[in-house]
Design a protein around this ligand. Structure first.
Ligand code: SF4
Length: 364
């Protein structure tokens, strides 16, 4: 197993992630910033093209607000990865446009093999996916055949195909509790922070893979405590991919959808949020009277990743979406045998979610 600490190997991996993004941006350039008129024209073109092709857009909360609005105004959907997967399967469309990162496109294709799945770019990956290569992970699983393998949705199709269960952050604790009640021991991959949180919450016997989200890993507990002094009445909402010290301070810990629900329902006017700042668009929509504040990321050891925004999510743009749909490029294809095997743990997750009331956790 890879060591669960900030070892040189982990630091090298994170540096490698940054290089991948930098190289991509050098190659393709940053998404173009358009003036209002050009943007309106572009949106009109893509709406017409989507309609003509019976295409629907599913977008993650972390992508550009324009893509989120476009999805909702064209019969598509904005949500977390579990909801995106469900919607993509159920919607009556020939083409699914997935604005998010690669594993989301792959999951959409596995669940809807009859649909064409396109993405604005195929290079939008995820540090968790990169940090869990299949060959290494398969060896790890083979070394512990007595354990159930539970993997996060942020993994490749090959890693999913190796698993007994796939989970998202909205359902992970409930699934592990369910397995624990059945007397199972668990292998968890790839996010070590989410894994530790689940382990602590459930008391389950879990072996953890070592990978992390480069965005959430940057949230700083000390800065958060300082911020709480500035906003003493604020609620702190955190995604469980954040470090344990941050989760310890949080009033609510949950997936993106659970964070949005809590933000709407809590009485606090000020809300400090420890997750990708792309979510602020939806938060402001559901609770316009509240003030949302991004949790601090910059500290003495801050890096260029300390911006609370996923560089891979940031690769998605309306222009790239139109280019992909027009040229029918950036199609997601998954080997049919692999898809068949990966479908089993995905289906387990969807069935479990359909029959269980998922909980939001925290002190609030
Ligand atoms: S925010 Fe983190 S977990 Fe989400 S896609 Fe980006 S790197 Fe992966």
């Amino acid at each position: 197993m890879k060591p669960a600490d900030s070892s040189p190997a982990t630091i090298d991996r994170l540096a490698a992630d940054t290089v991948i993004v930098r190289e991509y941006l050098d190659r393709v350039g940053q998404p173009q910033v358009l003036d209002a008129a050009a943007e309106e024209q572009l949106l009109a073109r893509i709406k017409t093209t989507m309609h003509a092709n019976n295409a629907r857009l599913v977008a993650h909360y972390y992508v550009d607000a324009k893509l989120q609005d476009l999805a909702e105004s064209t019969g598509g959907f904005v949500g977390d990865s579990l909801e995106m997967a469900r919607f993509g399967r159920e919607v009556d469309a020939d083409i699914l446009l997935v604005a998010g990162v690669r594993f989301m496109g792959e999951t959409a294709k596995i669940l809807s093999p009859e649909k064409t799945v396109l993405m604005p770019t195929l290079e939008a990956t995820c540090s968790l996916d990169i940090g869990c290569p299949i060959a290494e992970f398969a060896r790890f699983c083979d070394a512990h055949p007595e354990r159930k393998v539970v993997v996060y949705a942020n993994t490749s199709a090959a890693v999913k195909a190796q698993a007994d269960w796939v989970v998202t952050s909205s359902i992970a604790v409930d699934v592990v509790e369910h397995l624990m009640e059945a007397g199972e021991k668990i292998i968890w991959a790839p996010d070590r922070h989410l894994g530790s949180y689940i382990q602590k919450t459930t008391g389950a016997d879990m072996l953890l893979w070592d990978s992390a989200c480069i965005v959430h890993e940057e949230f700083k507990a000390r800065g958060l405590l300082d911020m709480r002094k500035l906003y003493p009445d604020a609620a702190i909402l955190a995604h469980p991919e954040s470090p344990a010290a941050v989760l310890q301070i949080a009033d609510v810990i949950g997936s993106t959808t659970q964070i949005i629900k809590a933000a709407r329902n809590l009485p606090n006017k000020d809300i400090i949020v420890a997750t990708d700042k792309g979510i602020f668009h939806k938060l402001q929509q559901v609770a316009p009277e509240k003030r949302f504040i991004i949790a601090p990321t910059a500290g003495n050891d801050a890096t260029c990743r300390s911006c609370a925004h996923c560089p891979w999510m940031g690769m998605n743009s309306v222009q790239r979406l139109l280019d992909s749909l027009t040229a029918m490029s950036n199609e997601i294809l998954v080997d049919s045998k692999l898809a068949e095997r990966a479908m089993l743990p995905l289906q387990r997750m969807l069935d479990f979610a359909a029959t269980n009331q998922l909980k939001v956790r925290g002190k609030a």
